[in-house]
Design a protein around this ligand. Structure first.
Ligand code: GLU
Length: 506
């Protein structure tokens, strides 16, 4: 067992786009597999045809690829020797497994109609109870446990609707082991005889999931906390088949920024942050925003998700994918819900944007420049490099560098009031002349000459240099003023000072 190659799977149902909780599950599977030198599989669990959403499967695969979580095995071109990797294409094999359980006494046929079961549910509810199809009720219901073999055969020969249910043992407790939560106990009497197979030829999630995990030689099942309640059934299914169960790890929920309740797909656009990796165009026509389209770098997104529920007990926050693979282990995954923090998510992006090379940063912002009519030439690249550290998203480039390309025609009134005093204009015109004269001698010389003039005149540097900044930028913001001057060039600098002086008129 110990020397068996680690194989994990991400097994989404194509019932909609992958939300960040799903991406995190995929990521933890990926990190665990790669840490152990194992395989990461993608299996599409599409047995529930009623919930199938067109486009969801393509979306899931595109999202994983964008995140760099490339499956070693999976549907279509992804390869692997354990296929098919789409459950609808494995349909033919499940009946045989369901039959095995019927013949070894772990499952039985049931013929109760949906209406009959509904009536039983309502009846129980009226008495303040929940209806459970199990040892407490099955003896009085319409199933093969209460029929002679002949009667069962006759019923099946009629060809009507049936299901095959798992037979949960009548009494006792079951203890299952979770790698994150430790031992978890369940009372068997509280479990349902879940449906495994339906006469329409489709297995349910529970049967298909166990059969596939076994036949695909999955060693560790890493999935969301919502599946913890299914774990005793799954462990019993392994026992019923006589198979060794994989190890299980149930990941904590991702909580809303308020910390109250599970993060849902509606929270995102309401709270002004995406909950989907890529923009999702729902079949209803609704569009949900995506991290990619919002200008998040995939490495920042992955780094943020990795730390949403896991840390390696150090203060480190920035990890490359290789560092994550090296450091990741399931024992350090938290047991309680991880609160999603939109501000921290932006912070991660900023850290990664800051670390981009000038070329990559320019590629990151170029579409925004182009859409604002700015020529994306070598000069534009130099300008962008100057404000790289101030940008979190591509569109921030206009706020931080737009003025280099398009001169402000308006000046920030608050900044003006604070920094531009009577007499400032005359001094600024002199400073513009100095800049014009010294520009060719370089930044240092120009700096010393301008500051020298200001000191000589007894001017407050805080006031006059900010007034110069307002003249060039439009506000009292931006990088080093002499860097700005150098980027603008002397003619443009002088022109901007003159224009500002005319407009401000004091
Ligand atoms: N198809 C299930 C889902 O959509 C997978 C659960 C599991 O990993 O066992 O979440």
């Amino acid at each position: 067992m110990t020397d068996k190659k680690v194989r994990v799977r991400f097994a989404p149902s194509p019932t909609g786009p992958l939300h960040i909780g799903g991406v995190r599950t995929a990521l933890y599977n990926y990190l665990f597999a790669k840490h152990c030198g194992g395989d990461f599989l993608l299996r599409i669990e599409d047995t529930d045809q009623n919930r199938y959403v067109p486009g969801a499967e393509e979306y899931i695969i595109k999202s994983l690829l964008w995140c760099g979580l490339v499956p070693d095995e999976g549907p279509d071109g992804l390869g692997g020797n354990y296929g098919p990797y789409r459950q609808s294409e494995r349909k033919a094999m499940y009946k045989e497994y369901a039959d095995t359980l019927v013949s070894n006494g772990w499952a039985y046929y049931a013929f109760d109609t949906p209406e009959e079961l509904d009536a039983l549910r309502k009846e129980a509810e009226a008495q303040g109870k929940a209806f459970i199809y199990n040892a407490s009720t099955r003896a009085a219901l319409n199933n093969s446990l209460n029929m002679t073999p002949e009667a069962l055969k006759a019923k099946l020969d009629q060809g009507g609707h049936y299901v095959i249910r798992f037979k949960i043992p009548a009494e006792g407790d079951i203890t299952v082991h979770d790698m994150i939560r430790g031992d978890v106990h369940f009372h068997l009497s509280e479990l349902d005889d879940k449906v495994l197979y339906k006469s329409d030829g489709m297995p349910t999630y529970h049967l298909a999931n166990i059969v596939d995990d076994h036949t695909m030689e999955i060693t560790h099942v890493i999935r969301g906390e919502e599946w913890l309640a299914s774990m005793p059934l799954h462990v019993l299914l392994y026992r019923a088949f006589g198979w060794t169960a994989p190890q299980f790890a149930h990941l904590p929920l991702i909580l809303k920024p308020s910390g109250k309740g599970k993060l849902s797909k509606r929270d995102g656009d309401q709270g002004g942050f995406p909950v989907f990796p890529l923009e999702w165009h729902a079949p209803t026509g609704e569009v949900f925003s995506g991290y990619r389209e919002k200008g998040y770098l995939k490495d920042a997104f992955i780094n943020m998700l990795a730390l949403l529920g896991w840390n390696d007990s150090t203060e480190q926050e920035i990890y490359t994918m290789d560092e994550l693979i090296a450091a990741f282990n399931l024992e350090k995954v938290g047991k309680s819900g991880a609160r999603f923090d939109p501000e921290k998510t932006k912070w991660f992006n900023q850290q990664y944007v800051k670390a981009l090379s000038d070329d990559d940063f320019f590629a990151f912002v170029s579409p925004v420049l182009a859409s604002n009519g700015i020529t994306t030439d070598a000069h534009a690249k130099e300008v962008c490099a100057l404000v790289k550290e101030r940008c979190t998203f591509p569109e921030d480039i206009m706020e931080h560098a737009g003025y280099f390309f398009i001169a402000s025609t308006e000046y920030d009134a608050v900044a003006l009031k604070k920094r531009w005093k009577e007499g400032s204009s005359a001094h600024l015109l002199v400073m513009a002349d100095i800049i014009n004269e010294k520009f060719a001698q370089g930044k240092e010389v120009m700096h010393d000459a301008v500051i020298g003039y200001a000191n000589e005149q007894g001017l407050s540097l805080g006031l006059i240099m900010n007034a110069l900044r307002i003249a060039l930028v439009g506000t009292a913001k931006g990088p080093d003023i002499f860097d700005i001057v150098q980027m603008l060039g002397k003619d443009e600098t002088v022109a901007r000072v003159k224009r500002a002086v005319e407009v401000v008129k004091i």
